[in-house]
Design a protein around this ligand. Structure first.
Ligand SMILES: NC(=O)c1ccc[n+]([C@@H]2O[C@H](COP(=O)([O-])OP(=O)(O)OC[C@H]3O[C@@H](n4cnc5c(N)ncnc54)[C@H](O)[C@@H]3O)[C@@H](O)[C@H]2O)c1
Length: 261
């Protein structure tokens, strides 16, 4: 897929971090970008900076997602690109735990599990199915591409750490979807790939102290630093523009393999 001003993109979680860097990179190639996010101030500011449109949306809500796609398509046309970056962490707890002093036993709080699956996994799939339904109304481009989708999982999908069962399950679900969605859409010219980021320097980590950042950086074999959002955007760009890239889950992590904790 060649990027130019005839191409539109939707980027969920595009107001911040990895999605923001991807929005800026695509816009620098002329692509018209719609930012789907909860964060109105950041999203509106970025949209005006890059000449795009901001759509306030919670990806867990079907009516809000429908309204956001309608607004985006009215403003910039039917998208050929969807980049799913909206996601949350948190909910850390062991599968079950026992207090060694009191003997008290606790189950994992299932509401945390449901919340994280709703945003990260079902929110991603909701945007995939609704975006591809729109893409299928377009004619393919000269190279045969009708559309391209990039999802964001995490190295946690493969190296889940203690307490991260909900986040890991949500991201492993995204990894598991990649090939089947690519196969589902293979007759229609829509490609689907997923990035598994290691530890990236996004607003989440920018709040961490320099000592914490240094400790995280030291765990990365090479280069010994956190990933930069622009490096994520560069891989998303390759997945979108290289027409032979399809059905792949790719780690982008400086060779880190997360320890149990
Ligand atoms: N930063 C990392 O080290 C890292 C590592 C692995 C995976 N990831 C994944 O990358 C993605 C982007 O993370 P980031 O680091 O850029 O974080 P971020 O917090 O900077 O950006 C995430 C964006 O998603 C938006 N969002 C969250 N829930 C939403 C919802 N329900 N509806 C709409 N928008 C919502 C947030 O408002 C935010 O703007 C996430 O899926 C995260 O799990 C990040």
């Amino acid at each position: 897929m060649q990027l130019n001003s005839s191409i539109s993109a939707v980027i969920t979680g595009g107001a911040s971090g990895l999605g923001r860097a991807t929005a800026k990179l695509l816009a620098s190639h002329g692509v018209k970008v719609a930012i789907f996010d909860l964060q109105e101030d950041l999203g509106e500011a970025l949209a005006s900076e890059i000449g795009g449109v901001f759509c306030k949306v919670n990806v867990t809500s079907t009516p809000e997602v429908d309204a956001a796609f309608a607004k985006a398509r009215a403003a910039i046309g039917q998208e050929r690109i969807l980049v799913n970056c909206a996601g949350i962490g948190g909910g850390a707890a062991r599968t079950a735990s026992r207090d060694r002093q009191t003997g008290e036993v606790k189950e994992y709080p299932l509401e945390n599990f449901e919340r994280i699956i709703q945003v990260n996994l079902i929110g991603t799939f909701r945007c995939i199915t609704k975006s591809t339904a729109g893409m299928l109304t377009l004619e393919p481009l000269p190279d045969g591409d009708r559309g391209a989708i990039v999802n964001t999982a995490s190295v946690a999908a493969e190296d889940g750490q203690i307490g991260q069962v909900a986040y890991t399950a949500s991201k492993a679900g995204i990894v598991g979807m990649t090939l089947v969605v690519a196969r589902d859409l293979s007759g229609e010219g829509v490609r689907v790939n997923t990035i598994l980021p290691g530890i990236f320097d996004t607003p989440l980590l920018q709040r961490a102290s320099e000592a914490v950042k240094a400790a995280l950086s030291a765990q990365v074999p090479f280069p010994k630093r956190l990933g930069m959002p622009e490096e994520f955007a560069q891989l998303a760009h390759t997945m979108i523009t290289n027409s032979y890239f399809n059905g792949e889950d790719v780690r982008l992590d400086g060779a880190i393999r997360m320890a149990p904790r």
